[in-house]
Design a protein around this ligand. Structure first.
Ligand code: AVJ
Length: 319
């Protein structure tokens, strides 16, 4: 039946323990940190969708404009037998541009937010009855296995949104190497990469006036309070996002408004007034620095697209 999606679960039981263990590990460290992959519970995924609609947050609409322009060229490079694998599919909006241009036989969406993934892939299956839709709930920071039943001779991996910017350059290189070995010779990788630019533009994008990014950041504390045994109070923290030019990254933090001790799973964590929990890095590249990183992971740069203002880029890499 055309509307049936095939759902593969690689997260299941391990996900609560990894949230607990990684949270405790990060809070015990100096400086304190938390992994941005835990932003994406259902509420967090919804807040992220709202971020993408804020006037200051240029990446999504710019990437959509680039993909709209480039879709037929991308389909041509990928060839008639290509299938699509999307990493961090979220609401699966951008991939529609590619699906319509490429008309692949199969699509596999991979995301850490499993109920969100379920509903967005179900909508894809309903809208494209000719498409064989697979969904894989997985943390792609772990080892990658393509699910049984999804076999493609010519996959095109799509990693949109500059999610690769959440990795340090060293981790990004390692991730690209793993993708490289997952793909058969001739397979492709289409990756969205945010570009370095003026500090004011960057900082505005992560400090939207409506406060959606602040709510998204603070939702991590809601998650700790709801899913772990904790007395943490999100009202005693504030959102902070700054551009670190030396490291070429936006940093998001949650700053403690006063000196306090929070309890999580029976452990006590002390915060000085103003001390922060570092929740996210979002690295910004130049066209050249990203192409160099891809080369280190043994990919060939086939084509790059950008917008007239050079805000964002999309790279076509080939194994
Ligand atoms: C999904 C990682 C690409 O870094 O811009 C948006 C996440 N964080 N606003 C980004 C995010 C705050 C986003 N990525």
């Amino acid at each position: 039946m055309a509307l049936a999606i095939r759902f593969h679960d690689q997260l299941s039981q391990t996900s609560t323990t990894s949230f607990r263990d990684e949270t405790l590990r990060g809070l015990a460290a100096t400086p304190k940190w938390a992994s941005p992959k835990f932003f994406y519970d259902r509420r967090g995924s919804e807040l992220f969708e709202q971020i993408t609609e804020q006037p200051e947050y240029y990446p999504t609409r710019t990437e959509v404009a680039i993909l709209t322009q480039a879709a037929s060229e991308i389909a041509e490079i990928a060839g008639p037998d290509a299938d699509l694998i999307e990493f961090g599919s979220g609401a699966s909006r951008k991939v529609r541009l590619l699906l319509e241009a490429m008309r692949p036989t199969s699509y596999l969406g991979i995301d850490i937010s499993d109920d969100f993934l379920r509903s967005s892939t179900q909508r894809l299956a309903a809208d494209y009855p000719w498409l064989d839709v697979h969904a894989l709930s997985a943390d792609f920071c772990d080892e990658l296995h393509l699910p049984k039943g999804f076999d493609s001779r010519c996959p095109l991996a799509f990693f949109p949104g500059s999610s690769i910017g959440n990795f340090t350059p060293a981790q990004a290189q390692q991730f690209l190497r793993r993708l490289h070995s997952l793909l058969p010779v001739g397979g492709g990788l289409l990756v969205g990469v945010d570009l370095v630019k003026d500090r004011a533009v960057l900082e505005a994008a992560y400090n939207d006036a409506a406060g959606v990014t602040a709510a998204f950041n603070l939702n991590l504390l809601e998650r700790i309070r709801n899913e772990l045994a904790s007395d943490i109070d999100p009202a005693r923290f504030t959102h902070k996002a700054i551009f670190n030019a030396v490291q070429s990254r936006i940093e998001m933090h949650l700053a403690s408004v006063e000196e306090q001790t929070v309890i999580i799973e029976g452990r006590r964590f002390h915060f000085e007034a103003g001390e922060t929990l570092h929740t996210e890095n979002s690295y910004k590249y130049s066209l050249e620095s990203f192409a160099a990183l891809a080369r280190l992971a043994r990919f060939d740069s086939i084509q790059q697209w950008t917008d007239p203002q050079q805000l964002f880029s999309v790279h076509y890499l080939k194994r």
